[in-house]
Ligand binder design. Structure first.
Ligand code: MN
Length: 237
């Protein structure tokens, strides 16, 4: 075989691989994250884009989901094309790239995809939710002051995260805790199981609240947290 034949065979193999990957598109759904291969898909929002108004506007969702979240998906698919990560599910990509200096871009984009999908599911339109008893009991047992104590601690985490990041309600060692993470980081590589999250990057609130992160945090925590989602994420003992 001469060199030209080798080149065209390589091109054919590459084209076939791309076609196969395109057929393998799957949703990254919640709460069960599909095992999905490359390319990673942008999952649908769990509610209409205006459903969180007046607390989070349709305009914010348009940019936050339609631009920011989508860009992380597009970036990750570009970064992992032809790499081992192209055959891994999103959680495996996040875990295997965490803390790796040579995988920073893959980690940042993969974790931000996971974090945002988790965030959308952590929210629900006001008015159709009661706290499931299982999680209500754990909140009472885990936070001094019960639900009010949780709200204060979660708000403090949201405000105390300097710069961009996330506040999380997690289950760890049979208790609920509040933690915060910078930038794209999340609790997936720790012993804790995430139950709810709040995005405190400026793009999450700047269009609606400008610099007033506290007003955004309080509005979401008081009105939009999806306790059914939190309950579903509780580890089964
Ligand atoms: Mn965000």
């Amino acid at each position: 075989m001469n060199e030209n034949n080798n080149d065209s065979r390589r091109d054919f193999v590459k084209t076939a691989a791309v076609a196969a990957a395109a057929l393998a598109v799957k949703e990254v759904g919640f709460p069960a994250i599909a095992k999905a291969a490359s390319p990673i898909a942008l999952p649908a929002l769990p509610w209409a884009d205006n459903a969180l108004e007046p607390f989070i506007s349709k305009n914010t969702i348009g940019f936050h989901y339609g631009k920011h979240h989508k860009t992380y998906v597009d970036n990750l698919n570009g970064l992992i094309a032809g790499k081992p990560e192209a055959d891994m599910d999103l959680v495996a990509i996040v875990k295997s790239s965490a803390g790796r200096a040579d995988k920073t871009a893959i980690f940042n984009n993969a974790a931000q995809i996971w974090n945002h999908t988790f965030y959308w599911n952590s929210l629900r339109p006001k008015g159709d939710a009661k706290m499931p008893p299982a999680i209500a009991g754990m909140v009472e047992a885990s936070f001094a002051g019960g639900l009010d104590g949780f709200k204060k601690e979660f708000t403090d985490a949201a405000l105390g995260q300097f710069g961009s990041g996330w506040a999380w309600l997690v289950s760890d060692g049979g208790k609920l805790k509040v933690v915060k993470t910078p930038n794209a980081e999340n609790p997936l590589s720790t012993s804790a199981t995430p139950l709810l999250t709040l995005d405190v990057w400026e793009h999450a609130y700047y269009l609606d609240y400008q610099n007033k992160r506290k007003d955004y945090a309080v509005a979401v925590i008081d009105n939009l947290l999806n306790w059914d989602f939190a309950a579903k994420n509780l580890p089964t003992v």
